[in-house]
Design a binder for this molecule. Sequence first.
Ligand SMILES: C[S@@+](CC[C@H](N)C(=O)[O-])C[C@H]1O[C@@H](n2cnc3c(N)ncnc32)[C@H](O)[C@@H]1O
Length: 239
Amino acid sequence: MNTLKTQSDNYFKKNWETYQKVLANNYMEHREIYGVLHKLLTDYLPTPFSLLELGCGDASSSVQALLNTTVASYTGIDLSAAALEIAQGNMAQINCEQTFIEDDISKVVEELAENRKQSFDIVTTSFVLHHLSLAQKDKVIEQVFHLLKPKGVFVLIDIVCKEGEDREKFVNRYLENMRQNWTALSSQDMSMIENHISTYDLPETQTTLYQIAQKHNFVRFECLYKDTPESAQFLCLYK
Ligand SMILES: C[S@@+](CC[C@H](N)C(=O)[O-])C[C@H]1O[C@@H](n2cnc3c(N)ncnc32)[C@H](O)[C@@H]1O
């Protein structure tokens, strides 16, 4: 197993319980975000549709968005085998063809785009791309364009800096909001999350993400949801 995978599995196991508390308390507004995704899946997409999810984790929120839709196939990619095992259990409630790939999203999207055998009506990613460098994000967005069917949509949900806000200011603002509002978490949970965000998170501005998308031929962009603290956005990049 390579180092990235080992780190991700260890990270997933250690932080699984904490992330469950964050989701249960809706601190990152997954309920609203995945409600918007459900509406997009039912209103915009052709029926039936195919969906590729980058960094699916345990897929618990995606399952909520996929219930009562015409999804024909679901492909979930994640570095963590532990996450994918739970994802398979969660996705059992959805009646569609399912594939789970344990690997790095950068590598998989490149391979899928190169072999041109598969294409998708929608590609989604939620709270994952900020782990990648700017060059890696650029490459993933470029490959996703090639993986989408005509008129397909890339749903990019992630933390986003305000215009003119640098990484340090964003992290301070995010942590400040967490300390004030994420009150159900223990001090151990808080310091684990604070350490993770301060070390690994590399958010971009909406403008940067739209510029990359435009460079790679996406024709239309819209933001369908902004969270209350203005630190995350639901962006749609249309082919
Ligand atoms: C914060 S969780 C988000 C899970 C889910 N998408 C959500 O919104 O709740 C990040 C997930 O991305 C996965 N991940 C991070 N970097 C990755 C990469 N380069 N390739 C594949 N998966 C990655 C982690 O293993 C983890 O399951």
